[in-house]
Design a protein around this ligand. Sequence first.
Ligand code: CP
Ligand code: NVA
Length: 330
Amino acid sequence: MPKNLSGRNFLKLLDFTTEEIRYLLDLSKELKRLKLTHTPHRYLEGKNIVLLFEKTSTRTRCSFEVAGRDLGMGVTYLDPGSSQMGKKESIEDTARVLGRMYDGIEYRGFDQSIVEELAAYAGVPVWNGLTNEFHPTQMLADLLTIEENFGYLKGLNFVFMGDAGNNVGNSLMVACAKMGINFTACGPKKQMPSEKLVETCKKIAAENECTITLTEDVGQATKGAHVIYTDIWVSMGEPDSVWEERIKLLSPYQVNKEVMANAAENAIFMHCLPSFHDLKTTIGKEIYEKFGLKEMEVCDEVFESRASKVFDEAENRMHTIKAVMYATLK
Ligand code: CP
Ligand code: NVA
């Protein structure tokens, strides 16, 4: 049954029903088919969108740009530091100005309250391209990638390893609860999602016949798991001073070949990216010089293995972001 999401914001998955998420995933599959068969789909010709970034990005920015153009729209990119927002102009005023010129606004930045405030004043759909608390467009790409691999979602066992209370860990817990996937956060107590969010997700999970588990036990968490997911140990916006403690706390939760061997035979590895799996980055090299680690949240061997679906996941960002824009702007 087609859902009408026209005019809606996309700020966090908690705002959407299971059926609405299902609709967005099905729409993503159709838009992916059109793209891969080179079938034009300029359904939003004449509209314009603005991408407001207060943090850096490769995947999210490029996905919004390419998806926007594929749909026939004009796209403006505002990079971190190049708009007046925050310093010389309030969020409320920025929202009211951009809403007069654009049909949709993407925001990547800091507190969730900022994107919520933009949405309250813009008068046009606002999409969350990552905040400190949530990363909802990433979730649609992740769910699509899981479904492409297993053919279904409900009943799968999903494990997030490491910094489970970050924006991606929080969002995955919500996404799994909504779609009937058993979710386990495996990491140190200090880095777990907030009690409030866990309680909310447990209620949603009960409605969808799945479970939410928090554990420090890697062997127990990953045994027979279908999806092993991790993210970087220090997120954008966090100070460099936390690296030392994070390395100490999160090293036992690195995804390595023992973890994958303990998972289901057909288990897949996922990561939102970017990832520190080798020494080919400036930060990776700095961490190696300071702490002697050659790879962090995931070993290069797993990252490069057949089980790794990270680049399918990255591609799916574009198809799913296109679905969000089409559904909310049509
Ligand atoms: N996964 C993700 O959001 O990547 P970017 O930071 O490159 O946008
Ligand atoms: N947790 C990471 C996700 C990047 C896509 C960050 O916020 O930096």
